[in-house]
Design a protein around this ligand. Sequence first.
Ligand SMILES: Cc1cc2nc3c(=O)[nH]c(=O)nc-3n(C[C@H](O)[C@H](O)[C@H](O)COP(=O)(O)OP(=O)(O)OC[C@H]3O[C@@H](n4cnc5c(N)ncnc54)[C@H](O)[C@@H]3O)c2cc1C
Length: 419
Amino acid sequence: MPRTVVHCRTLQDIQLAIVAARSAGLSLSVRGGGHDWAGRALCDGLVLDLSDMKDIVVSPDRCSARVAGGARASDVLALTDPLGLAAVTGSCSAVGMAGLTLGGGYGPLIGRFGLALDNLISADVVLADGRIVTAERGREEDLFWALRGGGGNFGVVTAMHVRLHELPNVVSGVLVYPFSEAKTVLRRYADAASSMPDELTVQIGAVAGPDGMPVILLVPTWCGAQGRGDAHIAPLLELGTLLDNTVDAVRYGASLSVFDAHIVNGQRTFMETCWLRSLGEGGAEVLVEAMTKAVSAGCAIFTHEFRGASSHIPVQATAFGLRHDHVLLEIFASFPDRSDRLEERRHQRWVRDTRRAFDKIALPGGYPNLLGTGETDRATESFGPNVERLVRVKQHYDPDNVFCSAIPMPLGRSAIAAE
Ligand SMILES: Cc1cc2nc3c(=O)[nH]c(=O)nc-3n(C[C@H](O)[C@H](O)[C@H](O)COP(=O)(O)OP(=O)(O)OC[C@H]3O[C@@H](n4cnc5c(N)ncnc54)[C@H](O)[C@@H]3O)c2cc1C
């Protein structure tokens, strides 16, 4: 429960809010789209709320857009869809562009265009000392590097300049397979995935179907040349007994509505995450076993792919620490807000046990945007060879750790002293 929420509309509002929090000794958090699972956008001190800062301007050459710090993906796509353009977003349009981009940004366009952060051209930032800077190649270069993976640890991003791509439509939709065939479907998919073109990404979900029993969803998105998508998606229609198929040519923004039904406001949610090399090597079996132990229809596992363009970028080029092909797992359990402690514990235990079941085959760390507040050790592993530089940049730009309500990061000496 924050002490105060400041609805900022200008850079000066943000500067004053930072000064006010610091001089009153209040903790401070930044709220962009408000979609962080761990609720880091809300601290018990001063919340700097950017939800009134949503302006988006497409450049005259259609190659980029200026996106204000509180805009969600849906705000950007409402403007770019009718123009036949797309920004790189996550797979759910309600997520904030700044939080997504600063921490990574896995999404359906990743194979062709990389992470959302790979499409960041520059960022305007209000720093802890109130200075306003622009970080880009050749200017505040360390900050620009750290913003691409280090999350909101360095300042308030008031606007981002992001790359846009010509994309009149994508071929996307949902394929539904019965859970009884889950192992076969997932194994066949893992085999097929190794030869899929970069323009095709597939998100997998193990979720409750309409009758509450689990089903396997595949959500392919083809973002390559028009007319070629169906042929590449065709093998995915033959992984088992197909129960439903909604794949069609749609605007990119429209394709992101498929998960809306699984994102219900007012629910409580536990979330755990890990990275796997692939769903092969036993991953499919662990996933299926975990879903058979689901404690309610609110338990689900989703994957995000990381490959193609995102894997071709050298690991030290941005702060994001894992630059080879992998699969990100989101393990979550949601349940009604008024549930008792028993329900809460049952769901929490399922999420934890499921993540632990993947331990043997998981890569070190996990997607920092999805790690919990206390998971500093895992975040340190996630940043891999970039961790020391990241800590140095944090010490330079935010030595007093004003922006501590962000992705967990190992603190340098001066920040520890300030705590
Ligand atoms: C339903 C759902 C679907 C998701 N899908 C995806 C997905 O497909 N791909 C993916 O990669 N991730 C996904 N995520 C994770 C998401 O990227 C992160 O939770 C992200 O932090 C959300 O950004 P936000 O601005 O909405 O968050 P907020 O809750 O507003 O903020 C979270 C943190 O981000 C930082 N932050 C936000 N805005 C700013 C700003 N303007 N300046 C400085 N710091 C800022 C702050 O540190 C803040 O504490 C999803 C999350 C949810 C809840």
